[in-house]
Design a protein around this ligand. Structure first.
Ligand code: ZN
Ligand code: ZN
Ligand code: ZN
Length: 204
């Protein structure tokens, strides 16, 4: 593997003041990629690692406080900064409804502030799409069964946390082992998670 490192700053927003900040430094697969290739690779890479970040705790919907099943994301880069910023918003559902409307409004306002007045959030596959079920973010990152979802708080009771990244949670060693070939692409480039919001002390 050669090529430059990409600086990614991830920010996850949950209910109340719950927030997670994380830096990831993956390497581009090769140097000299065109802008289009680079953008495509970034998109695919960020999609592929998102579950490692989503399944990091009993996230609640940023807007209504119900258990979250989906994160809606936006990606931003700024001319004067080298990083790519990824903002993930935990939601109960991406389907049309009050939470989706609240998210769309927030996104549109942020885009306007950033100088993109014509921004329109893209539609998302509906939650009841059997081809793409949305598991609870509180569940195991491996099997994603709702039954593994930890109703206990954000500490390490219940689901175990990967000892490498101290972020992704599993119901047991077998799920962790099975997921490792995919998880390692994230785990090896992830920095220390930094939590904000209540019960922060129990994270460490
Ligand atoms: Zn909601
Ligand atoms: Zn599992
Ligand atoms: Zn890990």
């Amino acid at each position: 593997m050669s090529g430059e490192e990409l600086d990614v700053s991830v920010c996850v927003f949950g209910h109340g003041d719950r927030q997670l900040d994380l830096k990831i430094r993956p390497r581009y697969p090769r140097s000299g990629m065109s802008n289009t290739e680079e953008a495509e690779w970034k998109y695919v890479y960020l999609e592929s690692i998102s579950k490692n970040i989503q399944h990091s705790g009993p996230w609640d919907c940023e807007f209504c406080g119900k258990p979250a099943r989906v994160t809606l994301s936006s990606v931003a880069s700024y001319r004067d900064r080298p990083e790519v910023y990824v903002y993930l918003h935990a939601l109960c559902s991406a389907d049309p409804g009050p939470c989706r409307t609240a998210y769309n409004t927030k996104e549109r306002e942020a885009a306007e502030r950033a100088g993109y007045p014509n921004y329109a959030p893209s539609p998302y596959p509906p939650l009841n799409d059997p081809a793409r079920p949305y598991p609870l973010l509180a569940s195991c990152a491996g099997c994603k069964k709702d039954s593994t979802a930890d109703v206990a708080p954000w500490n390490n009771e219940g689901l175990m946390r990967c000892s490498g990244c101290k972020l992704t949670r599993y119901c047991g060693v077998s799920c962790q082992r099975q997921d490792w070939p995919s998880h390692k692409k994230f785990c090896k480039v992830a920095g220390h998670p930094s939590w904000k919001g209540e019960a922060t002390a129990s994270q460490e």
